[in-house]
Design a protein around this ligand. Structure first.
Ligand code: 3HC
Length: 287
């Protein structure tokens, strides 16, 4: 039976994007976040994007209203426990994610798939937090901005069932996405390839090979990237980039090629996280 209602744990950039995409594809979506401000931001983002889609005639006014009605915002998992699918989209930290998974297993029905939007953490390690439910745990890695990017990277843990995998492929397609499998190695495929490239762009900047704007222009104009690597790092969040590099460093035999660049680390330590803090590699007016 197709998924009727998704609970999305975390109302940040990824959680907002996943819930919006579900709602515009006819699936009820409830955003769960203990932070009221985050819920408010998610709601504002949803309204703005749906208005934009109506304005651009991608949705009729009626379809826009229906999508908005499908979205709900709550601060506890209990208030969302009638969902038949749950996607965790919280901070990229294994301890935080494990404690959320324990709550998910307690709050949602015993047949509900427990998906994670982790960008780098081992699915098998996360699943170990919910013994007896490991077969329902799967990686469902979306890309930012979720409504636009076509990919869902699908990662099975060592105990993920075929039924869970099949259901994940079906749900991804019903959300208008193209699911592609990757094995359970730190960073999977997407970030194993993307993050060292971003990190290398920081090395090129640190070594004085070129200014940030020139590094970005070179990669945009010469390699047809929609955004240069340093601009993309700000867009993703410099803290997220650093965290993913560290997950790969720790998860891939402490290979020094995965150590985050010093300048990247310094910016993160100074609270310059990119778009979300108004300052990263570049400065952003009004955030
Ligand atoms: N939500 C919804 N729609 C959005 C959006 C968002 N956050 N951001 C942009 N859009 C829409 C715009 O509204 C616009 O649609 P329109 O036709 O209604 O105007 C359309 O996307 C194009 O946007 P813009 O004209 O403003 O700008 P661009 O043409 O430069 O596109 C971009 C913006 C889609 C973000 C493009 O620059 C891009 O593809 N950048 C690369 C993004 C990327 O690489 N993402 C992956 C990051 S890695 C990741 O997420 C994995 C994680 O694990 C780290």
């Amino acid at each position: 039976m197709p998924v009727q209602k998704i609970a999305v744990i975390g109302g940040g950039t990824m959680g907002s994007g996943i819930s919006l995409t579900a709602a515009t594809h006819g699936i009820q979506a409830v955003v769960v976040d203990i932070n009221e401000d985050q819920l408010e931001r998610a709601k504002k983002y949803h309204i703005k994007q749906i208005d934009r889609s109506v304005e651009k005639e991608r949705l009729s006014k009626e379809e826009g209203d229906i999508a908005l009605e499908k979205l709900n915002y709550v601060s506890t998992m209990q208030e969302a426990n009638d969902a038949d699918w749950v996607v965790e989209a919280a901070t990229e930290n294994i301890d935080i994610k494990k404690s959320i998974f324990i709550q998910m297993a307690k709050n949602f029905g015993e047949n509900v798939v427990l998906a994670t939007n982790t960008s780098s953490i081992s699915i098998t390690d996360l699943a170990a937090a919910v013994q007896g439910a490991e077969h329902r745990v799967i990686g469902m890695h979306f890309f930012n901005p979720v409504p636009i990017m076509k990919l869902v990277e699908v990662i099975k843990g060592n105990k993920t069932s075929e039924e869970t995998t099949l259901a994940t492929l079906q749900l991804s397609e019903s959300m208008g996405k193209i699911p592609v499998p990757a094995n359970d190695f730190a960073g999977f495929v997407s970030n194993r390839v993307l993050m060292p490239m971003i990190n290398e762009a920081f090395h090129a900047w640190s070594d004085g090979v070129a200014r940030p704007e020139d590094i970005d222009s070179i990669m945009k104009l010469g390699c047809a990237f929609p955004m240069g690597p340093l601009r993309l790092a700000d867009y993703i969040g410099l803290d997220v980039c650093k965290d993913i590099m560290m997950v790969m460093y720790n998860g891939l035999d402490e290979n020094p090629k995965y150590l985050p660049n010093k300048k990247l680390t310094e910016l993160v330590d100074a609270g310059h996280l990119g778009d979300k803090s108004g300052q990263g590699v570049y400065t952003y007016a009004n955030g």
